[in-house]
Ligand binder design. Sequence first.
Ligand code: CU
Length: 434
Amino acid sequence: MNRRELIKWTSAGASALLALRSAEAAAQEVVAAVSMGQSGPLPGGQVRVETPNGSTLPLRDVNGVRVGHLIAESFQHEFAPGLSAECWGYNGHTPGPTIEAVEGDRLRLYVTNRLPEATTVHWHGIILANGMDGVSGLNQRPVEPGETFVYEFVVRDPGTYMYHSHYDEMTQIALGMHGMFIVHPKRPRGPKVDRDFVLMTHEWRIEPGAARPDANAMNDFNVLTFNSRVYPGTAPLMMNKGERIRIRFGNLSPMDHHPIHIHGLNFKLTATDGGYVPESAQHPDTTVLVPVGSTRVIEFVPTEPGDWAMHCHMTHHTMTQMGHGTPPLIGADTRKLDARMKKLIPGYMSMGQSGMGGMGEMNMPVPKNSLPMRGGAGPFSYIDMGGMFTVLKVRERLDPGSVSSYYEHPSGTLAQLADPDLMRADGIDLKKKA
Ligand SMILES: [Cu+2]
């Protein structure tokens, strides 16, 4: 959709939705969406993974085999309040439920196909018998609609893996058929981790108002997601200062790598889907590139409490639909255009001549089933990032209200309007050339 089409929509007053809900409503939804996974102890006191906005696949013990069931199907998926689409995934969700196992486990995973076309599942990064690898045509015949296949293998190597469709990959992965697959070691290595998060990155092309993502899109993706959610629909990652945190990123986007940047801390890359990174090779960083078809695992200990941004550093990946396909207007004199447009659309006003900041906050009516170009309400003003964006809430001590509340800054620790007396004393003279 371009600007002209947008105008058509708004002038027609076509059931324009205010896609932004109150911060409270969004936060409550987020609380409900945080999944704590399965219960039961893991070896060496390891914690179970948390999949924000997602869940963990239930596994049943049957005579020493851990049995799970994935159902490939189509369903309505909400990216954030105001934007939903018919997606494909597993067990009614994209990403599918996180599979969580322990090194040496024998897994028996049933895959039922309720899609309108065939499918298979590939266990990305896991080394197993060739006939269990799931590449349609090469390792098995496709699972036809209505059929149930069974995969059985021992997870020999601990690590951070993924699973995804390996039939009509372009369509099925683009529509959301992927999930994370975690294998905990029998004997944990390195310092004990207190919280272990799982985040799948993805990108989608969804025309405003469209019922389904465009699986044929090759570029200009306009919905960028963590665990198939867009900010402000992404759950915050909650943690206490001083805890050791692990985040496992996966990327099954059709085309793009995602440099994920975290504010307020630095981390080390400890593993990929190929295995552990030796300690001697781990170096500090603040941005981790998560290439398509890869996982990246980072660990850190936050020392500074606050609300810290975590986002893809590709600026178009923190934008949502309305930020794409519009003409650049910075510096343009649009008075003549506005005068002409007002004859057609009373009250018309061009926007973006001084930059695009705050465009989302104007609460401009947006087409049905679409999101404003950016972000959501913040504690100070509108947050100009949407898409692949979430918040690390680091607290001295987490309490139940921490998910929906913002950090309270101790006095003297908040950027503010400069005091003229202080400026004078510091020799800051606005009349002088810098
Ligand atoms: Cu990105």
